[in-house]
Design a protein around this ligand. Structure first.
Ligand code: SF4
Length: 297
């Protein structure tokens, strides 16, 4: 085995894990250690800090409505948390509430963990919270799942993009959902190849998702999209655990994402010049905005 634990593709990642009978999270951990900056305990401590920050952002967003920059969302997380689920269950509703809560925090410039970006920051913490509730596992299992998510995200970032300005929302929310799906599958005991199928199933079904934030604020559609795609991630993980495989191998899905992102018109890549941003209501919001000098991703 390559002792740098270096991986460029999902196939490499799975091969490394299978060669030593270790998890994707363990490959990511060994890779970080092999880089020589941190030892094993320091990497784990850094990830524990990320999980603590994620938990804090879920709590902050649920505790009170956040004052977002554009004022286009207010208390959606709280509203969802106070709702008695009718068509799903309490944990699924809790996942939705937490994804909304974290993204309201992000839009209010509160502290969040970009995973992989601020606009998609609700999906991973909310999904892992849900998996932890269902599986009854300790925080240490979540920390390893975060490492698995990081490994999956790194391949997608290197082989394609995690920027809405480059690849549309599939590169942000799509990648985040794919990271969460693979991480949740691994948390639930799936072997590495199955976790990667979960990742591929999640990403594949976000292909073509454009980035068209209203008024240039990362609020509409971003905040509610996080809740919807957290559940999408859970669906992908559950399907993989059921034995359903992505017909298209993960690395080919990533290549397709890159191709589609490159072909996507600029007006649908974080410029707020098309799609939802130029609907009548979107243009009204834009007209109210004093001056758009920066669009965040
Ligand atoms: S629509 Fe654009 S700004 Fe909003 S989450 Fe998606 S990529 Fe980010």
């Amino acid at each position: 085995v390559n002792k740098t634990y270096r991986f460029d593709t999902m196939a490499d990642l799975v091969a490394l894990a299978e060669a030593e009978d270790i998890s994707l999270g363990e490959v990511a951990l060994r890779h970080e250690v092999a880089l020589g900056q941190l030892d094993r305990d320091e990497v784990l401590a850094a990830m524990r800090t990320r999980w603590a920050t994620m938990k804090q952002s879920m709590e902050v967003g649920l505790a009170a409505p956040q004052k977002t920059m554009g004022g286009l969302s207010h208390g959606a997380g709280q509203m969802m948390a106070g709702h008695r689920p009718v068509l799903s269950d309490a944990i699924a509703a809790g996942v939705m509430a937490r994804a909304l809560a974290v993204n309201e925090c992000s839009a209010a410039m509160r502290r969040i963990v970009a995973a992989p970006t601020a606009g998609s920051s609700g999906i991973l913490p909310a999904s892992l919270w849900g998996a932890q509730q269902r599986l009854g596992c300790e925080d240490e299992a979540v920390v390893m799942a975060l490492l698995a998510a990081a490994a999956l995200g790194m391949v997608m970032a290197n082989r394609a993009t995690i920027s809405g300005a480059q690849g549309g929302c599939m590169a942000e929310v799509g990648v985040s959902a794919a990271m969460a799906a693979g991480a949740m599958a691994e948390m639930a005991g799936a072997p590495p190849d199955v976790a990667v199928h979960a990742m591929a199933l999640a990403l594949k079904n976000t292909l073509g998702l454009v980035c068209d934030p209203i008024g240039g604020y990362v609020e509409v559609p971003c905040i509610k999209r996080n809740a919807i795609f957290a559940i999408h991630a859970t669906t992908a993980a559950e399907m993989a655990l059921a034995g359903i495989r992505s017909f298209v191998p993960a690395d080919q899905v990533i290549a397709a994402m890159k191709e589609i992102g490159d072909a996507m018109p600029k007006k649908l890549k974080e410029t707020s010049q098309g799609g939802l941003a130029t609907t009548l209501i979107g243009l009204e919001v834009m007209a109210r905005r004093p001056r758009v000098d920066h669009v965040q991703g």
